[in-house]
Structures are given as C-alpha cells and as structure tokens.
Design a protein around this ligand. Structure first.
Ligand code: GLN
Length: 211
C-alpha cells in the first residue's frame, strides 16, 4: 500500500488521514523535524492557517527537505492553506482576524513557503461575508474521467483562497463562478476547497494514482 505523509503541525489533517485510509493508504504524520527523514510516496498539505503552518515548517526544520522532494517530483496535494504554501505567488486578500502574520496589507504579494506550484493565489479571497460555502462543480483530470470531460464533485470552501492565475505548466481542473479553484502541475495538485470534508474521494484518489 502507498505511504502518504500528512503535515500534522496545524489544521485539518485528521480528515485527510481518514480519506486516505479509506483508499487503503498508510498515513504517517509529520509533526517533528525528523519525521521528514523517512521515505513516503506522497504528501498532503492540509487546510488551516497558512502563515502559522509556514512558520512551523521553518521552525521545525521541515521546509527545505519537503520543498526539495516536491521540486524533485514527490506527488503532493495542497488543500486551501496547503495550496497557499505551494503557490509561487500569494496575494493578500481581506486580512484574517488573528492572523499570526500580523496585519498584512491587502494586495501585498509574496511567494508561498514552497513556491513550487506555478500559480498566483489570492488569500482570504472571498471576504468575511462569503467566508464559507459549499457547492458542487465540474472537475477535470480525475481518475476515470476521460480527457476533455468533467465530473461534478462537492466542494467545501472555508475562508478560502482562489487561484487568480494559472501560469505555464499548471492545468486548470475546476472553476467556480469563473474563479479557478483546482489545478495540477506535474505531480502537484492544488485545490482551494476541502475535499477531506466531503465523502467524495476522487481528489485523494488522483494523488494516490500519482504515487
Ligand atoms: N484562510 C486560511 C489561510 O489563509 C486558509 C483557510 C483554510 O485552509 N481553510 O491560510
């Protein structure tokens, strides 16, 4: 069975482990620096608070090893905050209350902690009113879906980013209201929503199929 590492320093990682368990994967939690030294077939970067996650990745000494492995082709799924970590460019939206990064000016840009996924992401993109919502939208590139076709999947958004621009090498998999919410670039999958919170396992299946 495939061994999938799940970043477990902050955020919604248990739900990913549950989904991956249903697919027969063995999950290992990355909590401490030395946890990244073992071998694994794929990586999940969960939702949560991207600034807190980035800080912990650096402080625990995990970031360089993980970034190098992703750059070398380790399959990775970044969801919500995880997508922000992967993004080459992150633009600040409405500042989140209690953000550990402190007040960051709306519109400021910086690379994500990994910076390996060729997209520009807008953080906290939906504002406070429409902070969280659930929808169903067509998604391409999932296992069993022929090229050029899509299948509807459930999508739960929680203070989500959207992908403002997919750069060269990033294939758009899904849009909601004309905003890009899922991409794939090589072995990197980035989604703005939380597939681990719905019963549909196909986004996780896509990750496992790359491992
Ligand atoms: N708003 C969070 C961030 O900017 C992401 C929210 C989430 O992962 N559900 O990091």
């Amino acid at each position: 069975s495939k061994k999938v590492a799940v970043l477990a320093v902050q955020g919604a990682f248990i739900e990913h482990e549950r989904a991956l368990g249903k697919l027969g994967c063995e999950c290992v939690e990355l909590r401490q620096g030395p946890d990244v030294d073992q071998a694994f077939d794929a990586l999940v970067l969960p939702g949560g608070e991207s600034t807190a996650q980035a800080k912990m990745l650096r402080e625990l000494g995990m970031l360089d090893t993980l970034r190098n492995r992703v750059a070398a082709g380790l399959p990775v799924l970044g969801t919500c905050a995880g997508l922000i970590l992967l993004a080459q460019n992150v633009e600040e939206g409405v500042p989140a209350a209690g953000d550990p990064a402190g007040p960051v000016a709306a519109g400021a840009t910086a690379p994500g902690a990994f910076g390996t996924l060729p997209v520009t992401v807008r953080r906290n993109a939906y504002g406070r009113q429409l902070g969280s919502f659930h929808t169903v939208a067509p998604c391409a590139g999932l296992p069993g879906v022929p090229d050029g076709e899509t299948t509807d999947i459930p999508m739960t958004f929680i203070r989500a980013p959207f992908i403002k621009e997919a750069h060269e090498g990033a294939k758009v998999l899904a849009r909601v209201d004309d905003r890009i919410v899922a991409v794939r670039a090589g072995n990197q999958i980035g989604v703005a929503f939380h597939p681990e919170l719905d019963d549909d396992l196909r986004i996780h299946q896509l990750l496992v199929s790359l491992a």
